[in-house]
Every structure is written in structure tokens, then in C-alpha cells.
Design a protein around this ligand. Structure first.
Ligand SMILES: Cc1cc2nc3c(=O)[nH]c(=O)nc-3n(C[C@H](O)[C@H](O)[C@H](O)COP(=O)(O)OP(=O)(O)OC[C@H]3O[C@@H](n4cnc5c(N)ncnc54)[C@H](O)[C@@H]3O)c2cc1C
Length: 192
């Protein structure tokens, strides 16, 4: 499980050499938003839709076409675009606080910023529904010094009936790191 959860679930995390107050990396909050579209909105001439689309100059992370792995010979009639926004314009704590009091309209405005830039009024004409997930602790922030975080180094070496295997052990959030720690943990269990 993520270390911010483990810090509350595992008794005496300090005994593993990990003090959540000192060693837990800051956790970045994210908005992950699904826009259910009754059809694909028209693209600008010469700007082909990709599976992952970034808006130049935006502070959001763009949107993916969530039906892009459907096995079909042509595009489906309906689709879902998933937009990502890391609330990096605020500190993580301030962003979580904002999330708790933001109105649905404020969340929608932020979540749809890239799509509105790309499609303007055409977005509303196709959008049936938007579902916005608030990820208060979306991923670890790799701040300077994270490679020598002593608490993370200690958890990597934990051995016994509790093992740690989350991407957080690397101090930053990518699938390769998560897969590495999971594989290492499974091998350790198999050889015990
Ligand atoms: C918005 C977003 C976009 C991302 N994009 C990319 C990308 O493009 N490329 C990339 O490489 N990585 C990306 N990542 C990072 C990637 O998702 C993570 O690194 C990876 O999912 C971590 O895998 P994990 O198995 O370590 O942990 P997780 O996927 O976090 O799994 C932890 C599991 O623990 C469970 N859990 C939590 N609490 C408890 C509990 N108390 N008891 C039992 N179970 C519990 C959770 O339900 C979850 O299933 C992204 C992350 C986010 C949030």
C-alpha cells in the first residue's frame, strides 16, 4: 500500500527505521477526470487526435483517449477522454485544503481547462457527463535529497513478516519502480 497509508496502518513504523513525520515524501494531489462524450469532437485542421494529447503552455497534463485500446477497425461512435491535472500551482497541503472546499463548478473548470482550450464550445455539445476523482495523495513528490531518504532506504531492507513493495519506496511514482519493488518482494517471500 502507499506509504502514507502504511504509516497509519502498520503499527510502530518507526521500528522499521521509517518515521512518517520525517521520512514520508510530500504527496502531490491530482484531479483525474473522465469526460463521457457522445461522439468525438472535431479536431482543428492538421491537428490529429493522439492517444495522449498535451496543450502547449498549459499547466495541466493534457488528456488521453481512454477508448484507444478498443479492438476495432475504426474509431468507436462514443468515447471517454481522461484529463489529468496535478495541483502544482499550490503546496500539496493547500491543494488538499482547496479540494475539500471547491465547488463542483470550480473543480469542473479546472478539470476541463485543456479540453476547453482544444475544443471550445464544441466540447459541451458532445459531453454527456464528467466524473472528477480527487486524489488527495496521488503520488510522491521527488524533492531534492529523495535518493538518500534514510527512511525509504530502511523500508527497502525490511525483512520479516511485513515487507514493503510500493512505488513510493523509490521516492517517485512510475510503474517501473512499482514493478521492481513488487517483484523483489515476491522473490523474497518465495525464497523464505
Ligand atoms: C494520475 C496519475 C498518473 C500516472 N501516470 C503514470 C504514467 O504515465 N507512467 C507511470 O509509469 N506511472 C504513472 N503513475 C504512477 C503509477 O500509477 C504508480 O507508480 C503505480 O501505480 C504504483 O503502483 P503500486 O503497486 O506501487 O501502488 P498502487 O497502484 O498505489 O497500489 C497500492 C494498492 O494498495 C491498496 N491499499 C491502500 N491502502 C490499503 C490498505 N489499508 N489495505 C490494503 N490495501 C490498501 C490500494 O487500494 C492499491 O490497490 C501515475 C500516477 C497517477 C496518480
Amino acid at each position: 500500500m502507499p506509504l502514507h497509508a502504511a504509516g497509519r496502518v502498520v503499527e510502530a513504523m518507526q521500528d522499521f527505521g521509517f518515521d512518517p513525520g520525517e521520512h514520508l515524501p510530500a504527496q502531490a494531489p491530482w484531479l483525474v477526470s473522465n469526460f463521457v462524450l457522445s461522439r468525438f469532437p472535431a479536431e482543428l485542421p492538421g491537428a490529429t487526435l493522439a492517444w495522449d494529447n498535451i496543450v502547449l503552455g498549459s499547466s495541466s497534463l493534457g488528456y488521453v483517449v481512454s477508448t484507444h485500446q478498443d479492438l476495432r477497425v475504426g474509431p468507436p461512435p462514443r468515447t471517454v477522454f481522461t484529463a489529468y491535472h496535478a495541483l502544482a500551482e499550490m503546496s500539496p497541503g493547500a491543494a488538499r485544503e482547496w479540494m475539500t472546499r471547491a465547488s463542483p463548478a470550480e473543480l469542473l473548470e479546472l478539470a476541463s481547462a485543456d479540453l476547453r482550450t482544444a475544443y471550445g464550445w464544441k466540447l459541451a455539445a458532445c459531453c454527456e457527463r464528467a466524473e472528477i476523482a480527487l486524489r488527495g495523495h496521488g503520488m510522491a513528490v521527488p524533492a531534492p535529497g529523495y535518493l538518500s531518504n534514510r527512511g525509504l532506504l530502511a523500508l527497502r531492507e525490511a525483512d520479516g513478516c511485513i515487507l514493503f513493495a510500493h512505488g513510493d519506496l523509490s521516492g517517485y511514482s512510475v510503474f517501473e519502480e512499482a514493478a521492481w519493488w513488487g517483484d523483489r518482494c515476491a522473490r523474497r517471500i518465495c525464497s523464505a
